[in-house]
Design a protein around this ligand. Structure first.
Ligand SMILES: [Zn+2]
Ligand SMILES: [Zn+2]
Length: 262
């Protein structure tokens, strides 16, 4: 059994807490160390109780807090080599632990699998984490879900997935130059609400019980829009039973139980 709390998610910073009875991990640490500490305190977790930080990629909205956090609390940071290298100038003193993308390792009670995703970073990854037979997937910052990605997340119970933007709102946005929009829309950019909904719709025959939507753009999306796009697509595919939760930038989600009893 896991508990998942998304401590914050959006273009200004992403950080999630995943707990089993004896192991606690952060997935990304893109908020400041101070903010992460405050939000952990809200769910009764002390910084010293974090066993490791798993890093998806080096962009600051995922990695901004690791340097201060790792030096202050000695928490090891798990990343692939290219991600760590991309951060080497700003992360002196960080206790790196390297993993090979596509491989598998255990961290306490949690089995960690990583897989490559398509995004404009050095070596970005998604994660599937298992405790006993229950799986949780993390799929943020990807322009496009490849067959490999769909295969890897196929049997998870809960999937944290990016619903970055509403395609029409981004198309009509007048503040972003075309080059920026093109990057977001590209195969190395970010998933739209509709693209994420499509991924989830393909999972309704598996074990999926909950989708946690995250990384919403502040001005080209809203939680209502993301949730309604995903819900209606799921309903078309017979996935009405799947719970849809939206993570936000300023408030942690409730502490969500994944599998087990109690
Ligand atoms: Zn990001
Ligand atoms: Zn990114």
């Amino acid at each position: 059994m896991f508990h998942l709390t998304v401590l914050g998610s959006g273009s200004a910073g992403n950080c999630s807490l995943l707990e089993t009875p004896t192991t606690r991990l952060l997935i990304d640490a893109g908020l400041s160390a101070k903010r992460i500490g405050e939000r952990l305190a809200g769910v009764g977790v002390a910084p010293e109780q974090i066993d490791g930080i798993l890093l998806t990629h080096e962009h600051s909205d995922h990695a901004a807090g690791i340097s201060v956090w790792s030096r202050r609390y000695g928490t090891p940071v798990y990343a692939n080599r290219l991600t760590a290298e991309a951060l080497s100038k700003t992360t002196e003193g960080v206790q790196w632990r390297f993993f090979v993308t596509g491989g598998e390792f255990s961290l306490g009670e949690i089995r960690v699998q990583s897989f490559p995703i398509s995004h404009d970073a050095a070596e970005p990854v998604g994660f599937v984490l298992h405790h006993q037979e229950i799986g949780v997937g993390f799929l943020t910052d990807l322009g496009f879900a490849t067959r490999l990605v769909l295969e890897r997340v196929r049997s998870v119970h809960t999937l944290v997935i990016e619903t970055n933007h509403d395609e029409k709102l981004l198309q009509d946005d007048t503040r972003r130059p075309w080059s920026v929009k093109q990057r977001i829309f590209s195969r190395h950019g970010h998933l739209s609400n509709a693209a994420a909904a499509e991924v989830l719709a393909g999972m309704v025959t598996g074990n999926l019980c909950r989708a946690v939507l995250g990384h919403l753009s502040g001005d080209c999306n809203s939680p209502e829009l993301a949730v309604s796009t995903v819900r209606s697509r799921l309903a078309q595919s017979g996935g009405e039973r799947i719970e849809v939760v939206c993570a936000t930038q300023n408030e942690p989600t409730p502490r969500m139980r994944i599998g087990g009893i109690g």
